[in-house]
Write a protein that binds this ligand. Structure first.
Ligand code: NI
Length: 131
């Protein structure tokens, strides 16, 4: 892992895979991950951790199944949002986006419980950034 400054533009340019997060750095026992996304992820839930999103480019949408209803939050570039632990959610980005996530190392992209994972979604705890 780099011990120098990490230009996120260079980090994003170093891979093309969608829905396949790269670990940029670690903060204590948390990962800072970046991902390129387009289309739909999968409904899933993290039982034991919140999940932080920051939209670096484009627009991310996150559908949430809350106790009373389902809703979708729209997150334009520069917007932060935290999905609370235990809340079923599905990120999607019809027009594409680049996002940053902050969550405990070892957190699976598809959570602890999930719908059937489509081929275009990488079920991973993140890949090390190759720069
Ligand atoms: Ni999640």
């Amino acid at each position: 892992m780099s011990n120098g400054p990490i230009p996120l533009s260079k980090a994003l340019a170093s891979f093309d895979a969608l829905w396949s997060p790269r670990v940029v750095t670690r903060v204590n026992d948390y990962d800072v991950r970046i991902a390129k996304v387009e289309g739909e992820h999968v409904w899933h839930v993290h039982d034991d951790t919140d999940e932080f999103f920051l939209v670096l480019d484009g627009e991310l949408r996150i559908s949430l199944r809350e106790p009373d209803a389902e809703r979708t939050v729209l997150l334009p570039q520069g917007t932060a949002f935290t999905v609370p632990r235990g809340t079923e959610h599905k990120p999607h980005a019809p027009f594409g986006a680049a996002i940053l996530m902050f969550e405990p190392s070892g957190t699976l992209t598809v959570g602890d419980r999930h719908d059937e994972v489509p081929d275009h979604v990488d079920a991973t705890t993140g890949h090390m950034l190759g720069i």
